[in-house]
Design a protein around this ligand. Sequence first.
Ligand SMILES: [Zn+2]
Length: 300
Amino acid sequence: MAAAVLAGAIGAGLAARESGSQPAATPPPRASASEAATYPPSELVRSCESAGQALRKRLDDDFAILVRPPFVIAGNTTAGELEQMARWSVLRPAGAMWTSYFDKRPDKVITVLLFKGDKAYRWWAGTLFGDKDLPHFGYYRNVDRTLVMNIDTGTGTLVHELTHALIVYDYPDVPTWFNEGLASLHEQCTVGEREITGLPNWRLPALQAAIAKGALRSLRELVSARDFYGPGQGLNYAQARYFCLYVQRAGKLPELYRHMRSAGRAAGADVKAIEAALGKPIQTVEKEMIELVKGLKFGR
Ligand SMILES: [Zn+2]
């Protein structure tokens, strides 16, 4: 499974290409400048400092700890290595998501534990939290807002889970299809100063196969059925991810996010939000998305 974040210099160039030459007719509201300017609040800074000290006592000397509110990040690595990982896989992606989508930022500490080596990952997850039977890549503990990651497997899952950890402050009732679509879009991406851009990844072949067989359900059904984690889960992730990628390539993902956030949960609200953001009927959106997906390539 490829799960690398291709971080760095190409971010800005991609954004220019992907937003095209036509500015949105009505620019979406940005995060209030005042909130961004006063963030993080001093109370959160203090909470992060004490969380960092508490973590220092629980972990051993192999660990470096970094306090970057709202994040407290620890890893069994050198301080320099941790700083690099934190920058490219936590701080930059978070900054890009706040700039592009999320107006409200966390008011509580988010802990990020990055373990090098499967053994350390499992041992510490058991010792710190009593967690067993862990997923291969890592997971998010909702209860104490902690990301626990096996960093040897790549950073794609980290950015996926980070998306969930951040979106909840801004859009608490986000429908699952959109939450997972956006999070999985970020599994393979480039990260610029202000934007995070999804790339084709390992979820593509199954989606292309379903399209070829005529076995893919309609986009309307995906966003209306509320059965994301049902038997079709694997394909649902792929369909939601590549829908988000299609919207991103149309330069409309921030608009879609804002339309979705204000859409409410009434029946049909998600379809209306999609049509309003893209400015076309959902059947047309779907046709264009399928055409895009057919032409995408993912290979190693
Ligand atoms: Zn997820």
